[in-house]
Design a protein around this ligand. Structure first.
Ligand SMILES: CSCCC(=O)C(=O)COP(=O)(O)O
Ligand SMILES: [Mg+2]
Length: 261
């Protein structure tokens, strides 16, 4: 495993979750199926609560925006078993959510609802967040050397915190100085990385961003951040060109801080 020198001016690590700190299989095989299996029951049980009303409101706004932008949306199949207006409304929300999930949309509306649904599952121990073994020791080393470490994921900040708070390795929340989600902007938009640098109070080139997705790496690079693409088992294959262009890491242990940091 070759060591990779981190730029001397680095003050901050910014970490993606899915495919970087956490196996993609945890998200695809545990978190997302949980939503699909419990969606209708969850909406029926929480429909009258303010939090659920806000989630539904955001999802409706997103669906209207998609319509304005001519994006395909769910085709409403008439479910013959539903009778009341509430049942019909729930049916429509279920369709919207499942359609967004099929397309792996990273909309703030979808991610907010998912975070709320996972809360009880984490708190009751039904789900435990998976984190690669090399992550916590490396982050502790970096922080010991005075660097700050932030998370930037499409998952809502609440969902991020649940994953690390209720992880298989115990409560890892204290590893991080803060969290960003799509409220700061989409991960494929370079402006989001400028916003993050501004919010943290550092220059873009003082941030090292680690992600498995090259579109995100490119957006961060365009904003002036240093980036490395993380290759973990099951991550998307990189092209020859991407392999040549990006610094590749398979473990956080490869990242070596210079003596000057
Ligand atoms: C951290 S919550 C679950 C993951 C999730 O919903 C997601 O979209 C992951 O996106 P990432 O930006 O971490 O690749
Ligand atoms: Mg990712």
């Amino acid at each position: 495993m070759a060591a990779i020198a981190v730029a001397e001016n680095t003050r901050v690590f910014l970490l993606d979750i899915e495919g970087t700190t956490t196996p993609i299989t945890f998200v695809k095989d545990i978190l997302f199926p949980f939503i699909r299996e419990n969606l209708e029951e969850y909406l029926s049980a929480h429909w009258e609560e303010d939090e659920c009303k806000q989630d539904v409101h955001l999802l409706k706004k997103q669906a209207e925006e998609d319509l304005r932008q001519n994006k395909a949306g769910p085709v409403h199949a008439v479910d013959q078993t539903v009778h009341t207006d509430e049942e019909k409304a729930i049916c429509e929300v279920v369709e919207t959510v499942l359609w967004q999930m099929d397309a792996d949309r990273k909309s703030t509306a979808l991610k907010q609802l998912q975070g709320h649904m996972w809360r009880a599952a984490y708190m009751t121990g039904k789900i435990k967040g998976e984190v690669y073994q090399d992550v916590a020791p490396a982050v502790r080393r970096w922080r010991h050397r005075g660097l700050k470490v932030f998370i930037y994921s499409s998952g809502s900040v609440e969902a991020q915190k649940l994953l690390f708070r209720y992880s298989v390795q115990g409560n890892l929340l204290d590893l991080f100085d803060g969290h960003f989600d799509t409220n700061i902007g989409a991960k494929v938009d370079s402006k989001s990385y400028e916003n993050i640098a501004e919010r943290i109070g550092c220059q873009p080139e003082e941030i090292m961003f680690l992600t498995d997705i090259t579109r995100e790496a490119k957006a961060a690079e365009d904003a002036g951040l240093n980036v490395a693409v993380v290759v973990r088992p099951g991550n998307m294959e990189l092209t020859e060109e991407e392999r040549k262009h990006y610094t590749i890491v398979t473990s956080f242990n490869q990242l070596e801080l210079s003596g000057n940091i």
